[in-house]
Design a protein around this ligand. Structure first.
Ligand code: GLP
Length: 242
């Protein structure tokens, strides 16, 4: 059963999770963080940056693995998750860029990119804490409905709903890539601690299905019920259907 923490607002969630991640890095300077993109985890990164600014900590050995990436965006595209992670996490937190991994969405190497990524996570000793947002379709990473609970990093097709949701980051909906490479639900479940965040009424159905619904591939978020150590941090609106 997941531990559900209801917080006042996104900033409070950020501070709470940042404290826990800071504690992890203090006890393990080469901690492995599982990084999520999207708007949801931004308060966590902001709170961590504020914490490091107020009380500096050596984070040069911290390692990180992003959940997912678009397939086929030109190298350096500002909305590629490689660029987003650099902008929102690596630079503000002062992490060492070479320690932070993002699945490789280039078409030339896509055939073995999934296996390569799994290997890199294994070689790092696995993820200590995985930060997760959730999509309105219930997706974790880009594991859309129908994803197997045992799946590993692989190429997936984005649903129309997710492409529409993510169109806000692009100039037009047609520019949102059709495909992505994402850690599988099985990859995510191997992390030692999952921290799932959600804010706002638009996420209430996905959170209820993830935390209390039947475990089913049509609600990828429900895979968290298989994990022994899950913390769900939500505001009252996202918790309203629990
Ligand atoms: C994105 C990401 C997910 C994220 C989700 C929710 O497309 N691939 O990792 O959790 O959709 O996004 P947001 O946090 O912006 O609502």
């Amino acid at each position: 059963m997941a531990e559900v923490v209801i917080v006042e607002n996104e900033a409070a969630a950020g501070v709470l999770i940042a404290q826990s991640i800071r504690g992890l890095i203090e006890s393990r300077p080469d901690a492995v963080l599982g990084l999520a993109t999207g708007s949801t985890p931004i308060p966590v990164y902001q709170a961590l940056a504020a914490s490091f600014a107020a009380d500096p900590l050596d984070v040069s050995r911290v390692r990180g693995f992003a959940l997912d990436e678009y397939v086929g965006l030109p190298f350096g595209h500002p909305e590629s998750y490689r660029q987003v992670i650099t902008r929102e996490v690596v630079e503000p937190l002062g992490l060492t860029a070479a320690n932070i991994h993002v699945p490789d969405g280039s078409l030339a190497t896509i055939e073995h990119a999934g296996l390569d990524y799994e290997q890199a996570i294994l070689e790092a000793g696995g993820v200590d804490v995985q930060i997760l947002g959730i999509g309105r379709t219930g997706h974790l990473g880009f594991n859309e409905p129908g994803s197997s609970f045992g799946s590993l990093t692989r190429v997936k097709t984005l649903t129309e709903k997710t492409r529409v949701d993510n169109a806000r980051f692009f100039d037009s909906p047609e520019q949102v890539p059709m495909h992505c490479i994402t850690q599988g639900l099985g990859t995510i479940l191997r992390a030692r601690h999952l921290v799932l965040l959600a804010f706002g009424a638009g996420k209430a159905d996905a959170i209820a299905a993830a935390v209390e619904g039947p475990m089913t591939a049509s609600q990828p978020g429900s895979a968290i019920q298989l994990h022994p150590h899950v913390t769900v941090v939500v505001d009252a609106a996202a918790a309203s259907k629990l």
